[in-house]
Design a binder for this molecule. Structure first.
Ligand code: ADP
Ligand code: MG
Length: 231
């Protein structure tokens, strides 16, 4: 059983995109054709009260994993690491969580986040290759993750190859200079990702054209890297 949590105080860095698509790839690998979706060993949990993951999931015709909207369900969150029939849990979290998530200022979402962090085997911290995302990412890691001793990995998302490598390299250097673990996999920017939620599509269902396959390859590669990296 593994609990992976997407987290960054900055909104718009790809937490929900990666949560839903990593869940889709895991479910794809762990399910045989004909298996019932309600028996899926993969559970996506959203503790974002705005629930964009749920909004997306509701649009998917045959969701290949289970989903729970749980910002106000502490019981489920407390048992995340030991749910019967579940092998992988992937948790999507809200953008602005503050520097002290458990404090009462953050309301139920803050205490939900504390429960989730207590259960996390790994926190995946998406960052986009723009200097504006560096500070909130640093705060998330220094004020929230490092003080709790939580294992984490930074993943660069939304890199547009047409912009050249300068922003990418600057982001890689920034992450490495902080001494943070950085995934080798870079998730490239593709419009299909941006349209997927509204269209009710998961990365495993993208059209098998060049862009669709490259977009899928990135998520599959990230999934593999995170699993191979082990605990
Ligand atoms: N790799 C990507 N390529 C293109 N669009 C992306 C990519 N990652 C995220 N997006 C888009 O950027 C926006 C923010 O992503 P989202 O996953 O909602 O971020 P968060 O959950 O961190 O707020 C969404 O519209 C999403 O579709
Ligand atoms: Mg989100």
């Amino acid at each position: 059983m593994a609990v992976h949590v997407l987290m960054n105080q900055k909104g718009g860095v790809g937490k929900s995109t990666l949560a839903m698509n990593l869940a889709a790839v895991k479910a794809d690998v762990l399910t045989a054709p004909g298996d019932s979706e309600s028996d899926s060993p993969v559970l996506a949990v959203s503790i974002d009260p705005q629930g964009s993951a749920l909004w997306w999931a509701e649009r998917v015709r045959e969701l290949p994993f289970r989903i729970a909207q749980s910002h106000d369900n502490p019981e489920l969150l407390r048992s995340l690491g030991s749910l019967p029939g579940i092998k992988h849990v992937i948790v999507d979290t809200p953008g602005w969580i503050g520097d002290t998530p458990g404090s009462s200022d953050n309301g139920p979402a803050g205490s939900a986040l504390e429960e989730v962090m207590a259960a996390a085997d790994l926190v995946i911290v998406p960052i986009v290759p723009e200097p504006l995302s560096f500070d909130p990412t640093a705060r998330t890691i220094r004020k929230v993750l490092e003080p709790r001793g939580i294992r984490f990995k930074v993943v660069i998302n939304n890199w547009d190859a047409r912009d050249g490598k300068v922003d990418l390299q600057q982001t890689q250097e920034f992450v490495k200079a902080q001494g943070w673990p950085l995934a080798n996999t870079v998730i490239r920017h593709y419009k299909v990702h941006a349209r997927a939620a509204a269209e009710g599509l998961l990365v495993t269902e993208y059209a098998a054209n060049r862009v669709g396959l490259q977009a899928r390859e990135d998520i599959q590669r990230l999934c593999l890297e995170l699993e191979v990296g082990g605990k």
